[in-house]
Design a binder for this molecule. Structure first.
Ligand code: FMN
Length: 189
C-alpha cells in the first residue's frame, strides 16, 4: 500500500560532496547534498547552495568552484563544514588545499576525488542559487585507481540517507547489464 505524504522535500538518498571556493582571497569549504551530474559530454554538474551561504560570494566572484568527494573516514570534518559558515569561522585550515588549472578553485588534498568546474549558468531559485559548471580539470588519488578509473570501494564515498551518513554497500548488479539479461528473458516469453 502506498501512503501519500504531504508535499515536502522528498526523503531521497543524496551524495555528499564538499565544494571549494576562494572567498575574498581565502579558501572556503561547504558540504553539499544537492549535487549531480547533468551531462556526460561535455561533463557538466550542478550544485544548489542557499543564497545566504558565504561560498556563493566566491563562486560568483571567480566563476569557478571545486568539487571534492570525501571518503567515509572524513565524516567529522565533512559534517563540520556543513555546520559552520566561513563568514564566522576560518575553514581554510581544516584541510590541505591544492590547486590545479584554475587558481581560484581550491581543492582538498585529503579527498580522493577532486575536480574544478567553470560556472556556465546560474539558476535563481527562491532561496537557492544553482551553479551549473563544466568540469575543466579532474584529479584522483593514485591508490584509488583501478585501470586508471576511480574504484568506488577504494574511494569509499558517503551518502546522506535520512539523518545518517552511510558508506556505500555491496555490488548488487552490473549497470547496463542486468537489464539486458532481463530483456532476454522477457523476449523469450
Ligand atoms: C550533510 C549536509 C548537506 C548539506 N547540503 C546542503 C546543500 O545541498 N545546499 C545548501 O545550500 N546547504 C547545504 N548544507 C548546509 C551548508 O553546508 C552550511 O550551511 C554551511 O555552513 C555553509 O557554509 P558557508 O557559509 O561557509 O558557505 C548541508 C550541510 C550538511 C551537513
Amino acid at each position: 500500500m502506498k501512503i501519500q505524504l504531504q508535499a515536502q522535500p522528498p526523503e531521497v538518498t543524496l551524495p555528499v560532496v564538499i565544494a571549494g571556493t576562494l572567498v575574498k582571497g581565502r579558501e572556503n569549504y561547504i558540504t553539499l547534498g544537492a549535487f549531480g551530474l547533468m551531462s556526460l559530454q561535455p561533463p557538466i554538474v550542478y550544485i544548489s547552495s542557499m543564497k545566504s551561504h558565504y561560498s556563493n560570494i566566491g563562486i560568483k566572484e571567480n566563476g569557478f568552484f571545486s568539487i571534492n568527494i570525501p571518503s567515509a573516514d572524513m565524516v567529522q570534518k565533512t559534517d563540520f563544514c556543513g555546520l559552520v559558515s566561513g563568514r564566522d569561522i576560518n575553514k581554510s585550515e581544516l584541510f590541505t588545499s591544492f590547486y590545479g588549472l584554475e587558481k581560484t578553485a581550491p581543492m582538498i588534498q585529503e579527498c580522493p576525488i577532486n575536480f574544478i568546474c567553470k560556472v556556465i549558468r546560474i539558476v535563481d531559485l527562491p532561496f537557492n542559487e544553482v551553479f551549473i559548471g563544466e568540469v575543466i580539470d579532474y584529479y584522483a588519488d593514485d591508490e584509488c585507481l583501478d585501470d586508471n578509473k576511480p574504484d568506488p570501494q577504494r574511494v569509499n564515498p558517503m551518502v546522506l540517507a535520512g539523518p545518517s551518513y552511510r558508506s556505500i554497500g555491496q555490488v548488487v548488479g552490473v549497470a547496463f547489464g542486468e537489464g539486458r539479461s532481463y530483456r532476454k528473458n522477457v523476449m523469450q516469453h
